[in-house]
Ligand binder design. Structure first.
Ligand SMILES: *Cc1c(COP(=O)(O)O)cnc(C)c1O
Length: 350
């Protein structure tokens, strides 16, 4: 396994942290071309009449229709392989982007893949979006209720072992210290692109759910001296769950810092999480999401997905309209993927 090749180590002027020496030691299994594009959204910005809005296209990672889990999986798969594993096991919802990208990563790494999906397989003809791609990728699917997913992953692990296989469990969303390294790296990637374009972002806005993305970005910001605000739009955690969620993210960031061998001052209070846009709950598309999907498509030809990215962009649009985000600011919408899901919501979107 080659060590992480830091294509962007040259020319990167990180403050106080020598990226090249620290990250070079950590193994990464290449699953995509990087950097992902960074683009201005001129027509959307103009339409909203507020700040200049840009988009970081992590929906375009080059792994089976893309998304933010690709960056996490590069580190998770490398870790699995270095443990001698031959089978990946993970869990998620029926339209999980994480499960779809894990199934694809397993193919690329020549590993087996078991996915534990919550709920039941849809009735005749209902196979769509990520679920369809899971099947096409050849993953083995197991169905259970949401609260039994971890137990089922353990059962499958035992079954694999009894067959002489070497399973590796990836937590829901790939959100642990290893996975979060992908977004520490992503923040550095953004710094390089920003420097090349000679621009700065006042704030990054994105969808936050299992916490690895936000934990990685926050740690990356701390380590590289990124000065903008990092605002996670909660996809499913409500106000009452916010404290336990930010504690969870602080734990993930701490694990990542330990792997990197760096000190971090990140604590639960370091995270900015907006819980105002969870609407009727996880995976329930409402007017906020529908409007964001249509607006992004009709101003930028940009597709956002009903579960995550339309909720985050809908929140961003609302914050512009309420003048929380100001015209003098430059905002980055970090597109985390979720586009295959639009096909599963055809009835609501057509
Ligand atoms: C998983 C996911 C997120 C949330 O990322 P976390 O690291 O789980 O918080 C956001 N957007 C999309 C499209 C996702 O699939």
């Amino acid at each position: 396994m080659p060590a992480l090749s830091l294509k962007y180590s040259s020319g990167l002027k990180c403050k106080g942290w020598d990226v090249a020496t620290v990250m070079k030691e950590i193994r990464r299994f290449g699953l995509s071309r990087f950097p992902t594009p960074l683009e201005p959204m001129l027509q959307l910005s103009k339409k909203l009449g507020g700040p200049e809005i840009w988009v970081k296209r992590d929906d375009l990672t080059s792994l089976a229709m893309g998304g933010n889990k690709t960056r996490k999986l590069e580190y998770l798969v490398a870790d699995a392989l270095s443990c001698g594993a031959d089978t990946l096991i993970t869990a998620g919802s029926i339209q999980s982007n994480h499960c779809r990208q894990t199934a694809a990563a397993a193919v690329r790494a020549n590993m087996g893949c078991h996915l534990v999906l919550s709920g039941e397989p849809p009735a005749d003809g209902g196979v769509q979006g990520n679920h369809l791609i899971d099947l096409i990728m050849g993953a083995s699917l197991h169905w259970t209720d949401r609260n039994s997913r971890d137990a089922m992953m353990l059962t499958i692990t035992e079954e694999c072992r009894s067959q002489g296989l070497k399973p590796y469990i990836i937590p829901v969303g790939g959100s642990n210290g290893v996975g979060a390294l992908g977004y520490v790296n992503a923040l550095k990637e953004l710094n390089v692109q920003s420097e090349q374009l000679e621009i700065n972002f006042d704030r990054i806005v994105f969808a936050s759910s299992s916490g690895g993305t936000q934990a990685g970005l926050q740690l990356g910001a701390e380590l590289t001296g990124f000065s903008g605000r990092i605002t996670g739009i909660s996809v499913d955690q409500d106000k009452l769950q916010a404290d336990s969620f930010t504690s969870h993210m602080a734990k993930i960031a701490g694990e990542a810092a330990t792997i990197l061998g760096v000190d971090s001052r990140i604590n639960p209070g370091s995270f900015e999480l907006n819980t105002n846009y969870i609407g009727s709950g996880y995976a329930v598309m409402g007017e906020l999401e529908r409007r964001a999907i249509h607006l992004a498509a009709r101003t930028e030809a940009l597709l956002v997905g009903p579960v995550y990215t339309a909720r985050a962009l809908g929140g961003l649009i609302d914050l512009v309209e309420k003048s929380v985000l100001l015209s003098k600011e430059r905002i980055l919408f970090w597109h985390t993927g979720d586009t295959p899901t639009i096909f599963a919501y055809a009835k609501e979107l057509a």
